[in-house]
Write a protein that binds this ligand. Structure first.
Ligand code: SAH
Ligand code: SF4
Ligand code: F3S
Length: 443
């Protein structure tokens, strides 16, 4: 690799889950600390960080085609491949793609600044360590953030669902310390955040010691953050059904700032498939769990993730998933065709399902989920609720924000980004709701 001037401008492109979005923001802050500035919209950056996702197929191919695009017409930006593809296929990427100057895994990106210095000297570097010191201790202070901010509180996964790469790309479950999280949340609020979404692959597995030295689960952290006066809203995602505690469920009925929304993936409605997925819950135990949330918070909006076409899934087993959907009536959900991932047990299982069958199942599942999402939105018509204003809308004078149930709401009138305003939900569509501004509550 050739030597080059140290990069002055950067662009971080994050793919995949919200944890990657958080990591992307933190990488930007590290680069900012190094004196670099974000490249202006439409302009080439000296350094491009591809912060990748490995969860479903064609992840690596996407990286190679991105690199091809970035180096078109003889362009030679410094390229860093970060994220979960970097962790899983770093060596391969280095071999196949000479344009890549560095590969850095999701637990090692605090070392990016040193790697950039090396790359400027013409030395390529790969760092996919899962070091004992956590990246979080080495990251700079948070900078300015929008009204709705992410905060990663838990990393990694020990669940080993048989289809999933995350335990391999992110490593073992760790919880960040309580005090660090309260400090980071305070800084986010001081930088403009009014809503914080706590993140983790298994966020409800978070545990720690509170300020008094008592051990606590996620509910304790939520209650501590709820005491920050300028923080209006708290959310958390993604949870695993087996890590749900009584205390966390109860918190949904106790903590006003905890929003009435729960993303709780189930993946399938068939117990046989769930077992083969190593989910260690049943359809019934999942439904019972949701019932308990509805008891303490009757208006809670439920969301989930689904995989169709897991190896061996029969027509009848797929019908069980539709039955579960009919029973739950999700407010929102994400559904995917099963994608065999290298190195996971399911990739080698018998009974891989034909693409046409998966396509058909996904279509039927999504039709049911869309039906329920629209019904949930329609049922909100006439409700008066708070909306946190996150950005300007497409039309002049229009604003966009989120309802407590995470619905996108647009409305017109006097408001500013970061305001919490009272809105009447007037007219619901499948993906958004037209609101009527009533009054401003807080800024
Ligand atoms: N930790 C979270 C989210 C993991 S990834 C959880 O356990 O819920 C987000 C979603 O991607 C999963 O919930 C699952 O629905 C989907 N997913 C993961 N691996 C997949 C695969 N190999 N093929 C298709 N979908 C997958
Ligand atoms: Fe993947 Fe399962 Fe862990 Fe979620 S719980 S990250 S689906 S292994
Ligand atoms: Fe993707 Fe890694 Fe997140 S594989 S979904 S970026 S944890």
């Amino acid at each position: 690799m050739r030597q080059s001037a140290p990069p002055k401008t950067y662009r971080v492109k994050s793919f995949g889950c919200q944890m990657n979005v958080y990591d992307g923001e933190r990488m930007g802050e590290l680069l900012g600390d190094k004196g670099m500035t974000p490249a202006a919209e439409g302009e080439d950056a000296d350094l491009i960080v591809l912060n990748t996702c490995h969860i479903r197929e064609k992840a690596a191919e996407k990286v190679y085609s991105d690199i091809g695009r970035l180096t078109k017409n003889g362009k030679q930006p410094m390229i860093a491949v970060a994220g979960c593809v970097a962790q899983a296929e770093g060596e391969e990427i280095m071999k196949r793609s000479p344009a890549v100057g560095m590969v850095v895994g999701p637990q090692a990106y605090h070392r990016l600044p040193d790697m950039i210095d090396k790359a400027a000297r013409g030395e390529r570097a790969t760092d996919t360590d899962m070091p004992a010191e956590t990246k979080f201790d080495a990251l700079p202070r948070r900078r300015k953030v929008g009204p709705s901010a992410f905060l990663t509180i838990q990393e990694g996964c020990d669940k080993f669902c048989t289809y999933c790469v995350v335990p391999y790309t992110r490593g073992a479950e760790i919880s960040r310390p309580f005090a660090d999280l309260v400090t980071e949340a305070e800084r986010l609020v001081a930088s403009g955040a009014r809503e914080i979404t706590l993140l983790g692959q298994n966020v409800n597995a978070w545990s720690g010691e509170d300020a008094k030295g008592n051990s606590t689960g996620l509910e304790g952290l939520i209650k501590a953050l709820a005491a920050l006066p300028d923080l209006q809203r708290i959310r958390y995602t993604t949870s695993h059904p087996n890590d749900m505690s009584d205390a966390l469920i109860a918190a949904h009925g106790e903590v006003e700032k905890l929003m009435p929304y729960l993303h709780l993936p189930v993946q399938s409605g068939s117990d046989r498939v769930l077992k083969a997925m190593n989910r260690s819950h049943t359809a019934e135990s999942y439904l019972k769990l949701l019932e308990r949330f509805r008891e303490v918070r009757p208006d809670i909006a439920l969301s989930g993730d689904f995989i169709v076409g897991f190896p061996g899934e029969s027509d009848a087993e797929f019908e069980d998933t539709l039955k579960l959907v009919d029973e739950v009536r999700y407010a929102q959900a994400f559904s995917f065709k099963y994608s065999p991932r290298p190195g996971t047990p399911a990739a080698g299982m018998e009974g891989q399902i034909a693409r046409e069958v998966m396509d058909e199942r996904l279509q039927r599942l999504q039709a049911a989920l869309n039906r329920d999402q629209l019904a949930f939105n329609r049922a909100s018509e006439g409700k008066i609720c708070d909306v946190l204003v996150e950005r300007k809308g497409k039309h002049p004078g229009q604003w966009l924000g989120k309802s407590p149930w995470l619905q996108s709401v647009f409305f017109e009138g006097e408001a500013q980004i970061g305001d919490l305003v009272q809105v009447e939900l007037a007219e619901a569509g499948p993906n958004s709701i037209r609101g009527r501004l009533l009054e401003k509550i807080a800024a």
